[in-house]
Design a binder for this molecule. Structure first.
Ligand code: GLP
Length: 254
C-alpha cells in the first residue's frame, strides 16, 4: 500500500484527482468505481474543474458506485443516485448509459446484486476504485464482521453507521436500515484502489486499516493485501500512524 499524507483536505483531494486524471488520460474508457459521503466531495470538485478548465474527458468512462440505500428512490435527495448526479455527473460530460449505481428500489435485490457483479465483469472490471472509510472501519457498507470475500449483496447497517449518516436526514429514524453494497471481495477485484480519509474522527479507523491486523472487524484493513492500493489522508486522519509515509504518488512503488 502507498500511504500518502497531505497537509489539508484540499491537498488530499487534489492528489487523488491527479491519479484519476492520469489514469483517464491513459485509458479514455476507464471503468471508475465511485464512492459517496463527504470525503470524496473535494475530489469530485477538482475533477469537475479539470473537466471544465482542462478538458478532462469523461465521455467514454463507465462508472460503478459502491452502494445505495434500500428503499430510497433515485430522486430522493439522500439517495446515492441523487448525490452522484448533484455532485459529479451533471457537471461533466459523462454518458448516462454508462453510469451504474445500485438500485435501492430493486424488487428482487438478490437478482439485482448478481446482475451488478455480472455487469462489472462485462465491462472488463473496475480499473480504479475510490473509497471512503467509516469511523468503524467500514468500506462501502461492509460493516465490521463482513466477510472479507463478500460480493455485492444486501447488508444491515449498524447503529453507529446510521447515527453517523443521520446528519444528512431530518431524523435519525429516517436513515434506512439496509443497503445494497459491493462486497469486500468485489472491491478487492478493482485493479487499483484509492482510499481517502480526512479529519481526526477517522484517525483510529485509518490506524486500524493501514497498520492494524487484517481483520473482518476492520473491513478496510483488507486493502493491505491489494497489489496497488493508495491511502491518501490528511494530517488529522494520519495522526495515529507511526510508519514513515510519502507526500506524493509520482514515481513511488507500492
Ligand atoms: C457511508 C458510505 C461509505 C463512506 C462512509 C464515510 O457509510 N457508505 O462509502 O465511506 O459513509 O462517509 P464520510 O465520507 O461522509 O465520512
Amino acid at each position: 500500500m502507498l500511504v500518502i499524507v497531505k497537509e489539508s483536505y484540499d491537498a488530499m483531494s487534489k492528489e487523488a484527482a491527479k491519479i484519476v486524471a492520469d489514469r483517464l488520460r491513459k485509458k479514455p474508457n476507464l471503468v471508475l468505481g465511485l464512492a459517496t459521503g463527504s470525503t470524496p466531495l473535494g475530489l469530485y470538485k477538482e475533477l469537475i474543474r479539470m473537466h471544465k478548465e482542462e478538458g478532462l474527458d469523461f465521455s467514454k468512462v463507465t462508472t460503478f458506485n459502491l452502494d445505495e440505500y434500500i428503499g430510497l428512490p433515485p430522486e430522493h435527495d439522500q439517495s446515492y443516485h441523487f448525490f452522484m448526479w448533484e455532485n459529479l455527473f451533471k457537471h461533466i460530460n459523462i454518458d448516462a448509459r454508462f453510469v451504474h449505481v445500485p438500485m435501492g428500489m430493486a424488487k428482487d435485490v438478490d437478482a439485482f446484486c448478481d446482475w451488478y457483479e455480472t455487469r462489472m465483469k462485462e465491462c472488463g472490471g473496475v480499473d480504479l476504485q475510490i473509497l471512503g472509510i467509516g469511523a468503524n472501519g467500514h468500506i462501502a457498507f461492509n460493516e465490521p464482521g463482513s466477510s472479507l470475500g463478500s460480493r455485492t449483496r444486501i447488508k444491515t447497517l449498524t447503529g453507529t453507521t446510521r447515527l453517523d449518516n443521520a446528519r444528512f436526514f431530518k431524523t435519525a429514524e429516517e436513515v434506512p436500515k439496509y443497503a445494497i453494497t459491493m462486497g469486500v471481495g468485489t472491491i478487492m477485484d478493482a485493479k487499483e484502489l484509492i482510499l481517502l480519509a480526512n479529519k481526526a474522527s477517522k484517525a483510529d479507523a485509518i490506524k486500524a486499516a493501514v497498520e492494524g491486523p487484517i481483520t473482518a472487524m476492520c473491513p478496510a484493513s483488507i486493502i493491505q493485501l491489494h497489489q496497488k492500493a493508495y491511502a491518501i489522508v490528511d494530517k488529522d486522519a494520519s495522526a495515529k500512524l507511526t510508519g514513515l509515509y510519502n507526500d506524493s504518488w509520482e514515481s513511488k512503488t507500492f
